[in-house]
Design a binder for this molecule. Sequence first.
Ligand SMILES: [Zn+2]
Length: 232
Amino acid sequence: MTFFEKLLLNHAKGPRTVLDSEIPISNYIPIDLSIFNKELELLDVSNPNVCQEYIDEVVNYNSHKIAYGGYLERRNLYKKSPGFVGKGDEERNIHLGIDFWAATGTKVIAPLEGVVHSFKNNAASGDYGPTIILRHEFGEEPFYTLYGHLSIESLHGLHKNKEVNAGDVIAALGETEINVNYAPHLHFQIIKDLGDHTGDYPGVCSQKDLDGYQKNCPDPNLLLKITPPFVG
Ligand SMILES: [Zn+2]
């Protein structure tokens, strides 16, 4: 485990949420959207309606409200989006954050205090849609959290360096037309070194680039502690 991963792990006791705090963590259920899930073999999950039907099946069947997961998951979700194509180990299909699949309009909450680093509507089909990046510090150590697939209104009234407290509502989930072409969900990603990126950072990478991205984008569960061994 790297020094940064230890900082995330030891920062606070979990579990903590990045969605409406009135929905208890016990209502969260893991979902497998990987290429290895046999239930998806005959489904075109790159179609947001088909993807939503599958999510509803998992959530309703289990009487849970939010399906989540996807860190380092290899997916077929991006097959039809032009920004993701590539041959062999250059195809971008490995997911670098955690997705929380919940209803349009669900509140998004900052898990840590910080400031707004940047925000942007990444409106190309298959991209993030409205996106916010917060900057945080553990001591001298800066790092970033990214929130993708938000509503347009989530970007209103923001400015660079706007202060955010842990637990503040910072956004709401966008609908499929806005988010852009996915079932409603939050993409949450931790980024150590943001480089020159503003309002955007890759949320999916290829096998070829996985090593570097995995080091720079640790498992958000280290901070949130919503899956075993933290909860379960
Ligand atoms: Zn995602």
